[in-house]
Design a protein around this ligand. Structure first.
Ligand code: MIC
Ligand code: SF4
Length: 645
């Protein structure tokens, strides 16, 4: 039987298990990346493992999230990461060099290789034909130490692209259409593979926009073939030797298939507050817009920026709109400045922002009260922008630029600009001087690790108890994001290495009393709905609840990265056997999970006793055999220490 692209890469990297759906497989990881908001913790965990030098082919640490330095915290963390990199064999990308995914695509991605990153948008490099997955920081630390990365063997979903995009319709509209068809849960358990004639009409950065936002489908990852277009991109980046062709076999079997007709697509927008709440721009109509932001790892490539510059050329942005533009990398910004496109953006009145995540993660540019913000980003979860009552719409750069001029949501197909001349350059300008190579092995000993006072100890874990008895300290609905569990933003993000401080903000978007209640009770169980923990890969959404005494989360279903993070933190994830039981539990009910340790050990069903209601429900332990062992030890760090004994 033929293989899909993903199956070929999996087969070449499997080191444990069998490629059988429903079982866990362990993969050899060729490359890792971290960003600074998850990186500090990941490197503390790496240090705790006691490995001298990373064992991957390439590991890179990027500084792109916490670049707003309103106190010493971020700068201290950057210095810590820089020194760790130097000592342990990791490449270090300086702040200002750009967003991890954009730079990794440009400078390090390689078809056929595996990459895991402590950021949920790591699948961006799937646009290059890499098997690139988002993971918790601890999993990345293990992979840097040479350990395998475990995932449940995914199912295969094929997106058949037919036709060709019309001008002013772009890659963002393709992924918004896929999200419209599949929803934020539609990709769970799948690797999404793009195929069909339409693939040949998309450049690598366009493919990367699509695989990037595949994260919002809940998919394990997304991937494109590596073809002549891929090779041309690598040649333009001066890296032709990194090319390997990659295609699925003609008789490859997919578990599911959908089709997107590129020719009939129209500009789309994801409306507040979910990336799958998609409508046609023409259908929403000329809604007044207060802010337009262009950038983020989804849409900050040179191609995107050149199109925007062309649309704004010779015009002035609408006086009622604040327009911010953050090019994705130093390479993009430099080339924009060289060809004069940057001058067009500046002349039009755009606010040029640093090459970083910036407003995408709430680092500045919060909209006005009840403001309408059009963003080329990938997430529009409530409150993520920093303004609780703002409405964020996710759109393509073309749609964003159109609204920047008119002040209202505008279908860019109605513009009179000609974008046909905008193509990728044959050669990008290569200047890697903002990426430091690590110290040579023989000098590593001399490198001192620089630790600031913001770094606080990791929360204590303990082996799983025989029985868990605790209150239902919180009950939440469907599609709870990690932004609900552990918000980000300029005020909180600098404390990603200070779990006790972060605890004051945990779940406060759902229940202001949550941290207080946990501290009062000392322990608790969380009751969740479908797709609990979707969104970011931040392990803080597990580590902070762990610190607050959360012992188990009982949900209708879980998002892939978050469930792994819970296990890694030693918090037991459980699912309802009978979904209707969810309705029978109320906040503060006294719950008990008798003999939970034995049930996890033996892989049997788990009993949940609701003492308040005098009822009993059956739960499934949502974990594999290996995850069960990790839970029994009290988390991945203890498990790794035990296994190394
Ligand atoms: C995000 O987009 O939410 C982030 C910030 O990039 C996160 C990582 C984090 O929380 O640090 C992600 O997507 O994994
Ligand atoms: Fe950064 Fe936003 Fe991309 Fe996350 S989604 S990596 S915050 S640009």
């Amino acid at each position: 039987m033929g293989m899909t692209i993903a199956e070929k890469i999996l087969a070449a990297h499997i080191v444990d298990g069998e490629m059988k759906q429903g079982t866990d497989i362990g993969l050899k990881i060729d490359q890792t990346l971290t960003q600074d908001a998850t990186g500090t913790m990941a490197y503390l965990e790496f240090e705790a493992m006691g490995v001298d030098r990373v064992k991957t082919e390439r590991s890179v640490a990027y500084i792109d999230h916490n670049t707003l330095q309103t106190g010493f915290e971020n700068a201290d963390d950057h210095r810590f990461i820089q020194s760790i990199c130097k000592k342990h064999g990791i490449y270090y990308s300086h702040p200002g060099n750009g967003i991890c995914h954009q730079i990794h695509l440009e400078r390090f991605s390689k078809p056929g290789k595996t990459l895991i990153g402590s950021d949920s948008h790591t699948p961006t490099c799937g646009g290059m034909g890499m098997l690139a997955m988002g993971a918790g920081g601890m999993d990345v630390a293990v992979a840097m130490g040479g350990g395998a990365y475990y995932i449940p063997m995914p199912k295969m979903l094929r997106v058949n692209l037919v036709g060709k995009l019309r001008p002013f319709v772009s890659a963002k509209d393709v992924i918004l259409e896929v999200l419209r068809q599949l929803s934020v849960k539609g990709g769970v358990g799948y690797i999404v593979e793009y195929a069909g004639e339409g693939v040949k009409t998309l450049s690598v950065p366009e493919r990367a926009t699509i695989t990037n936002m595949g994260a919002e489908l809940g998919a394990s990852t997304s991937i494109f073939p590596a073809d002549e277009i891929t090779r041309q991109f690598l040649i333009a980046q001066g890296r032709e030797e990194d090319f390997t062709p990659l295609a699925s076999d003609p008789d490859a079997v997919y578990d599911k298939e959908i089709t997107v007709d590129l020719s009939s697509l129209e500009p789309l927008a994801a409306m507040p507050h979910s990336p799958d709440n998609v409508k046609k721009v023409s259908e929403i109509g000329p809604m007044k817009v207060d802010q337009v932001l262009i950038g983020s790892c989804t849409n900050s490539s040179l191609l995107d920026m050149l199109k925007v510059a062309e649309i704004l050329d010779g015009k002035t942005v609408h006086p009622d709109v604040s327009v911010g533009i953050a090019p994705g990398s130093k390479q993009v910004l430099y080339m924009l400045s060289q060809c004069g496109a940057l001058a067009k953006l500046i002349a039009a009145g755009a606010r040029i922002l640093e090459c970083a995540c910036g407003p995408c993660i709430g680092m500045g540019q919060a909209p006005n009260s009840a403001g309408i913000s059009l963003r080329t980003f990938n997430r529009n979860f409530e409150g993520r922008s920093g303004t609780a009552d703002a409405g964020v719409f996710l759109v393509s750069p073309e749609t964003a630029a159109a609204a920047a001029l008119t002040g209202v949501l505008t279908d860019p197909m109605t513009l009179d600009t000609d974008l046909s001349g905008i193509t990728l350059p044959e050669k990008f300008v290569i200047n890697d001087n903002s990426i430091d190579a690590p110290a040579p092995v023989e000098e590593a000993d001399k490198v001192e690790i620089l630790r600031g006072p913001n770094i606080k100890p990791f929360p204590k874990t303990e082996p799983l108890n025989d029985t868990i008895a605790a209150k239902a300290i919180l009950k939440v609905g469907d599609n709870i994001t990690t932004d609900h569990i552990m918000p980000a933003g300029a005020k909180i993000l600098p404390f990603r290495s200070n779990i006790p401080y972060l605890a004051n903000f945990c779940f406060t978007r759902c229940d202001e009393q949550f941290p207080e209640n946990c501290k009062k009770e000392g322990k608790g169980i969380i009751i969740g709905g479908e797709n609990y923990g979707q969104g970011s890969s931040r392990e803080h959404a597990a580590l902070v609840p762990l610190y607050l005494g959360i012992k188990a989360v009982v949900a209708k279903s879980f998002a892939r990265i978050h469930v792994a993070n819970l296990v890694n933190a030693g918090i037991v994830p459980l699912t309802f056997k009978n979904i209707a039981d969810y309705d029978k539990i109320d906040q503060f009910d006294e719950l008990e999970l008798p003999d939970i340790r034995a049930a996890i050990e033996n892989g049997t069903e788990v009993k949940l006793v609701n003492k308040t209601k005098n009822e009993e429900y059956t739960l499934n332990s949502a974990v594999s055999e290996r995850s069960a062992d990790i839970l029994l030890c009290g988390g991945l760090l203890s498990y790794t220490r035990e296994s190394n004994k």
